[in-house]
Design a protein around this ligand. Structure first.
Ligand SMILES: [Zn+2]
Length: 474
């Protein structure tokens, strides 16, 4: 029994240590954190980082100053003139590999029309910080930074290093931000095990139920350029076939093409996790999506919703069209860009072959504009377990979600770093829909609770075994 007694003693010690760490977090004056976070976000929003052009260097400097003042190692980078990124690293005791808190410094443009306050004012109104980026992604950067600063300030040493990484250029694909950092400065964080990025949140459903939506997979873009060529000439005496008529026929073939319905394991798991949050009928259907989709009536209703339909199909949609600049001139070439999105696990080369067959015209060329490998992370990790613990403290389920769009996570997944999309804010549909829209805002409650949740999550992660399982509690 000596062994067992030793195990009990070790377990007791672990509980005591956890309690000690928890006590220190509990010592934090959260009302003061709320004030700090509010001021931080308000000032941060006022730095206009509209991309294009970005000008993220000023934001990188703003963040770097905060870390430097607190005595935390920090470095800024520039991928091109003015395109700044920032990396700060808070050392742990070395008992685990680092976790990266990833956020982006740039924002999408904001037309002041329709806003109640100027979009770069960072105004505080009725308990909300307003402004472009309040949610996407400066609110995230604020709680990421605050969590690191609080750990330092309160002398809480975790096992893992915590890396704050704020990058440029996310809103136009990340090539001058996360992509560039991974390509040219990977040595700065090659030891990391996890990335926590945007992409999921605590969803507050219309029925009031909540879920920790953690994005574990993304559809991948396969953006294609179709180009048709033909004899140019005068519009008054056209040939039977021109570059434009060829292109139109190819696009008509794309329009009527119906990609196969496919329920991937990730999508199946996503709906199964959503099931308990639904009403009775929906609960059964989501619980067995594959089976439910065999029913014609359910299938029709399900596929009627664009988001649901996109999660069980590859999608193809024409967006950019170019041809002649003049009504009476038949151009030598005409082109169309197709925004195609592939389900997790889909093979891009096979997909492109299918598109060629669908177009069925060897005179229309198909070129790839953007594509990257499938982007999925397993849920069998200690960070996912820590997220489960965090959610269970709030008595809500964790939903492993699949995004129809993409984030910067793929850059890290391609390097073998597990990446999850989760920001610690509780958001209603209304709040979420303001992202990229008018009156984007984040509540000061979310700033306070988000910082607290993130800090507790990092502490939880410390207590979970590095193999993703936590002893008897699993
Ligand atoms: Zn974003």
């Amino acid at each position: 029994m000596r062994r067992a007694a030793g195990a009990v003693a070790a377990a007791t010690l672990a509980v005591l240590l956890a309690a000690a760490a928890g006590a220190r977090a509990a010592d934090i004056d959260w009302a003061d954190v709320e004030r700090q976070a509010t001021d931080f976000l308000s000032a941060y929003v006022q730095i206009n980082t509209t991309n294009p052009p970005g000008n993220e260097a000023a934001a990188a400097q703003f963040l770097a100053d905060r870390f430097r003042q607190a005595g935390i190692d920090v470095e800024t980078f520039e991928s091109a003139a003015g395109r700044g990124s920032v990396l700060a690293r808070l050392k742990g005791s070395g008992g685990g590999r680092p976790v990266i808190l990833l956020n982006h410094l740039d924002v999408v443009p904001a037309n002041p029309d329709g806003w109640d306050v100027p979009p770069f004012s960072g105004a505080l109104r009725d308990g909300y910080v307003y402004g472009r980026g309040a949610l996407d992604c400066k609110g995230v950067g604020t709680v990421d930074a605050l969590a690191v600063l609080l750990l330092k300030q309160h002398g809480i040493t975790l096992k893992r290093d915590v890396i704050f990484l704020g990058t440029a250029d996310e809103e136009t694909g990340g090539k001058l931000g996360a992509g560039w950092m991974v390509q040219t400065h990977f040595d700065r964080f090659a030891d990391a095990e996890f990335v926590l990025n945007e992409g999921g949140a605590i969803e507050v459903l219309p029925n009031g139920k909540r879920a920790y939506s953690v994005a574990v997979a993304e559809k991948t873009p396969c953006w294609l350029l179709l180009t048709a060529t033909g004899r140019p000439g005068h519009g008054s005496a056209p040939q039977k076939e021109t570059a434009v008529t060829r292109l139109v026929r190819a696009l008509e073939h794309v329009r009527v093409y119906r990609p196969a319905l496919r329920v991937t394991p990730q999508v199946e798991a996503y709906y199964a996790a959503l099931a308990p949050l639904q009403d009775d009928a929906r609960r059964k259907q989501y619980g067995n999506l594959r089976g439910a989709l065999r029913d014609a009536k359910f299938r029709a209703a399900f596929l009627d919703k664009a988001h649901d339909a996109a999660l069980v199909h590859n999608t193809l949609t024409p967006t950019v069209l170019t041809g002649s600049q003049k009504t009476n001139v038949i151009p030598r070439s005409a082109s169309a860009e197709l925004d195609c999105r592939l389900l997790p696990g889909e093979e891009p080369t096979a997909f492109i072959d299918t598109v060629r067959q669908v177009i069925d015209d060897p005179e229309v060329s198909v070129d790839v504009l953007l594509n990257f490998p499938p982007s999925t992370s397993t849920t069998d990790t200690s960070l996912y377990t820590a997220l489960r613990h965090a959610a269970s403290r709030e008595h809500v389920p964790v939903v492993p979600s699949v995004l129809t769009g993409f984030t910067d996570s793929h850059y890290f997944r391609e390097k073998g770093i597990t990446s999850y999309g989760f920001v610690p804010f509780a958001l209603t549909e209304d709040e979420g829909s303001r992202e990229h829209g008018v009156n984007e805002r984040l509540s000061t409650d979310n700033l306070r609770e988000g910082t607290r949740r993130l800090l507790e999550l990092l502490q939880s992660l410390d207590e979970v075994g590095s193999d993703g399982h936590q002893g008897p509690q699993g």
